[in-house]
Design a protein around this ligand. Sequence first.
Ligand code: NAD
Length: 359
Amino acid sequence: MKIAVLPGDGIGTEIVAEAVKVLKALDLSFEMESAPVGGAAYEAAGHPLPESTLKLAQSADAVLFGAVGDWKYDKLERALRPEQAILGLRKSLGLFANFRPAICYPQLTHASSLKPELVAGLDILIIRELTGDIYFGQPRGRRESPDGAFAGAPEAFDTMRYSRPEIERIAHVAFQAARKRGKRVTSVDKANVLETFQFWKDVVTEVHAQYPDVELDHMYVDNAAMQLVKAPKKFDVIVTGNMFGDILSDEAAMLTGSIGMLPSASLNAQNKGLYEPSHGSAPDIAGKGIANPLATVLSAAMMLRFSLNQPEAAARIEAAVQAVLEAGYRTADIHSDGTTKVGTKEMGDAVVAHLKTQG
Ligand code: NAD
């Protein structure tokens, strides 16, 4: 089993180090190889996704990714910005399905911005399509300004686009995932305004005919955003496009207390995947040793389950995380009175210690 380890920027290096420590404590035989990505790769090799990093990711069975980005790269041309590395990896590995579970651990209900009774026991799965939509549609750009200046252009535009196969394959993924959970799918669209999303709704409805055991409902994205804070537990699986999924999954993340707790998986048709926390590189806390590594540790567990066929090892990590929370360990983002405040490294050490004491 070969894992490409791409820590990236900001807190990426700190949190990935803890996930690697946890993986090593499992005593499974992994080959792990690291490479720079994002701003770190731009500094080292002049490109956020150098050929050598891409080759490593392509040759591995799975990619463990930290986070990329820093405000200092905002002035770079778009193709050289750190975030382009993620788009490049998604594209070259064919990653089209982004799984973002939003689970509210019983020990953390108080950390949610919602009342505890609204989030206690919350367990929803957001499945975001990753390859289409307005993020990739062509044409895009700025209309030429009279004097040819980029910044002075009179207008800019992007194109929203989805193909039938793109919608069909993500709909199948969502219905199949729902079969293993609460058997309910909510497809989120904006069919009342956007032709692309009327098409999305039509195609999802067609695919649903093959899954009579799964319940399907449709919801406009503005209502979904509202329902997520009003009654989040009424959802089971949410499937949506690239942009709506980007926004709703961050909203759902906050319901659980901290974005620092939420893992994610991006899979291709062969279940090869890229596993990363749902959050970014958090430049505001980078280098301080206070970032929560649990989202990355839980992403490593998803990697074991989905791509490396090691469900028992995945369950061991998840149980160790639960045990650590139960024992009262908290990083600053989830800390409250009566619990023990720890840094990134101490949190990783606590997970490893619990793994070693498991029977
Ligand atoms: P962010 O997720 O990095 O941070 C948002 C807030 O959450 C910050 O206050 C941060 O301190 C906090 N936070 C995030 N992760 C945390 C953790 N593990 N523990 C404790 N607190 C945590 O989002 P942002 O500030 O909007 O973006 C920062 C940079 O990250 C930008 O350059 C952005 O483009 C990039 N980004 C990268 C990814 C990715 O690599 N997949 C995703 C989102 C944003």
